[in-house]
Write a protein that binds this ligand. Sequence first.
Ligand code: SAM
Ligand code: SF4
Length: 327
Amino acid sequence: MSEQLIDTFGRVHRDLRISVTDRCNFRCTYCMPEEGMDWTPREELLTFEEIERLARLLVDRFGIDGIRITGGEPTVRAHLPVLIKKLADLGVDLALTTNGATLRLVAHDLREAGLKRINISLDTFDRDRFIRLTRRDELAKVLDGINAAIEAGFEPVKVNCVVMKGVNDDEILDFVRFGRDNGVVVRFIEFMPLDADEIWSEDKVMSQAEIVELISAHYAIEPLERGSAPAARWRYTDGGGEVGVIATVTEAFCESCDRIRLTAEGAFHNCLFAVKNYDMRAMLRGGATDDEIADALKGAVHDKWAGHQIGQVHFIRPKKSMSQLGG
Ligand code: SAM
Ligand code: SF4
């Protein structure tokens, strides 16, 4: 590593999220509309070779040490294990976020290819509620996908649950028990204003404080060291594992954020809520040298703002939905 990706506030960026597709087999209400998504045509997606070139450059020159593969739904991208193998060879902490529905089919191949960690998104254990939330009848497949991930040897397996008031906040303790019983780390995510249908409102956000108050009324927990990770973490003092909350809305962690993002069509975003992005695909396909690409990435991170300001008058809602940004 010769340099660091550093912004004007002194934040060093080491964590890369790569979306490999904007397509999805689900239509979660809080993420994308039921119909009318314009999927990026195949030829406009970055190829595995293009993704690998950018990732290698970021690792070799700038010390990126964590890569998370996301989407849309990453497992719908054909031959995903081939990409996983290329990225695993870079020696980074490699993780994947998935809705879990097809995990039974691919978990083993992903593990063999070198994937280390996996996060599965699940917001309810109730079948009818699951159908309303995802517009798909696949709860049983997702639960089986979680088992498949455990069987394939992923360590840890994490379950991400977006908590929405009046929708699934009555299931928080069910998730806590599920995590403790199955040895998976549950992470509750505050509902963010990146839903394509714009159903978000501040009163639907179940805050970290409310979530932790509820859990601690039933289980003894104590806080764990956090570092630059987005999740605040607690451990059950009886040895039942740990639980986390990603409080993007009520406890914004912008001052310690070390994340950068690449969308499926090769747009570089220096923040989940950034309104501006940088076209890396044009550079890759226009014959840019590694030095030119590195300079562009450095400039893009340098431009990063202090924070997203959700809930304040200055907040500008990004045009892209969560499914296009990768979470
Ligand atoms: N399809 C994969 C999945 O669902 O895990 C990966 C992409 S998804 C966009 C990544 C994460 O973003 C998921 O954990 C999902 O629950 C979360 N997410 C989507 N929309 C959200 C929103 N409006 N607020 C908070 N989290 C959201
Ligand atoms: Fe698809 Fe994941 Fe978005 Fe649900 S949260 S619609 S599974 S991308």
